[in-house]
Design a protein around this ligand. Sequence first.
Ligand SMILES: [Zn+2]
Length: 55
Amino acid sequence: MKENECIACHGEGMQADDEGWQYECSVCEGLGVVPTNREHGTRIMSVDENNRLLD
Ligand SMILES: [Zn+2]
C-alpha cells in the first residue's frame, strides 16, 4: 500500500488518453506516488532514476 498514491493515475504511474494511448503521468512523473516530503527525498530520487531507465 502506497502512502502518497498519485490521484491522477491511481498509483499506476501511467495515464491514458481518449484513444487509449498511455503516457507517463505528468503529476507523479511515472512514479505512481506524489513525493510530499522532498526534504527526505534521497530514496525517492533513486526510485525516479530507476523508472527513467525503463522508459
Ligand atoms: Zn501519477
